[in-house]
Ligand binder design. Structure first.
Ligand SMILES: Cc1cc2nc3c(=O)[nH]c(=O)nc-3n(C[C@H](O)[C@H](O)[C@H](O)COP(=O)(O)O)c2cc1C
Length: 179
């Protein structure tokens, strides 16, 4: 799922060894995973020119993907513009990109849970330099970085050995309040 159903994302599955090698210098949180993961994913989020309320892509989503009739498109567009301008105050390119990134994290969480349910481990990765990663995306991955930015990386695979330490998590009462 994504807000308004606009799916402001793209995912690159990096299986090519040379491309994985290029990622190592820009992604300090990933070197071991780049060497060993069965699947390595770059999660891209759409930038302002794609997701602003009057963007061509938004119109394409409503008309072509969602197959909305003209009057519904008009109503939905109005809601979306008000959401951006009035409710969420998405008044800069950075805010719009961060909103898209939030949507990609839903996909990330679902990917990881779905993988875990079938016995596949995963590691989400934020250990990377954004500008350097985007330069690489532009130069070596054929990504239009005016339209897309890097949101997350993630590694997937079967574990080679069990973890050394048990998982640590905060107590349920500390993180949930009932009213
Ligand atoms: C958004 C996010 C970014 C993360 N970035 C990295 C990373 O760059 N490298 C890494 O090895 N682990 C990374 N992690 C993994 C966390 O360190 C890990 O989930 C946390 O320590 C809990 O580990 P556990 O689930 O094995 O108990 C990241 C986790 C999240 C949710």
């Amino acid at each position: 799922p994504s807000s308004f159903g606009f799916e402001p994302w793209h995912f690159i599955v990096v299986q090519d060894k040379d491309l994985r090698e290029l990622l190592k210098p820009v992604a300090w949180g990933a070197p071991v995973k780049l060497d060993t993961a069965s699947h390595f994913i770059l999660g891209l989020a759409m930038k302002a020119p794609m997701v602003k309320h009057n963007a061509e892509y938004i119109e394409h989503m409503m008309k072509d993907v969602k197959q909305m009739p003209e009057d519904v498109v008009e109503m939905y567009s109005k809601f979306y513009r008000e959401f951006q301008e009035r409710d969420f105050n998405l008044d800069s390119d950075k805010k719009l990109f961060d909103w898209s990134s939030k949507q990609t994290y839903i996909a990330l969480g679902n990917m990881m849970t779905a993988a875990a349910l079938t016995g596949i481990d995963s590691c989400p990765i934020e250990g990377f330099h954004i500008e350097e990663t985007e330069a690489l995306l532009r130069d070596k991955f054929e990504v239009d970085t005016d339209k897309y930015g890097i949101s997350f990386m993630a590694a997937f695979g079967y574990r080679k050995a069990d973890p050394e330490f048990p998982k640590s998590r905060r107590a349920f009462e500390d993180i949930v309040t009932w009213k």
